[in-house]
Design a binder for this molecule. Sequence first.
Ligand code: TYD
Length: 212
Amino acid sequence: MSQGSGLFLSFEGIDGSGKSTQARRLAGHLRDLGREVVLTREPGGSPGAEEIRALVLNGDPDRWSAETEILLFTAARRDHLERTIQPALERDAVVICDRFADSTRMYQGLSRGDLRAQVDKLHALMIGREPDITLLIDMDPAEGLSRALSRTGAEERFETFGLELQQAMRRGYLDLAREHAERFRVVDGTGDPDEVFDRLLSALPEFSEPRA
Ligand code: TYD
């Protein structure tokens, strides 16, 4: 697939890290600077991928094996990339994606055994691209947990994962950020949303000036 000339940003973090709020704020900020922004999310972000989202996130958490989940998330991602992300990048838009392949590396690659190699192979075969910049909102899982549980309609998955696994995911994300230091920016997610947003903007010097 061609690369397109826009900018592709992803947000990552454990559940309750506040990344969705920050992604929305960044989208608003960049629109105010005059950029076309496509704010999207995974799983989902295109009609077909939203259907797959319903398959993977609703119902019994043991409905699919980790391996089948890798296939479903990757199928959703391929559709999302073809129909939403790639066309937006070709129009020179900024794409802000709430979760991308790093979520599969962590959630399916770590949580039920070590499946990272399978995730990476399938990614190389069927997706073949990473975001230009990945913003990791880093957060203490105990704090993230209390936030996630206080949300109305919070998805079941977080509770079933438990604190220990969230600790492992946090470490996993920080390791991933070191492994892919060229695209990751780690932002401390503690404090109120304004403070976090200020940190986020400092981590994105490319957007400190309006584009000519
Ligand atoms: P999301 O709606 O983004 O929830 P949150 O607001 O907590 O980020 O994602 C739903 C869940 O899907 C979340 O628990 C992470 C999980 N997920 C995976 O397990 N694998 C993936 O590849 C993706 C994109 C998400």
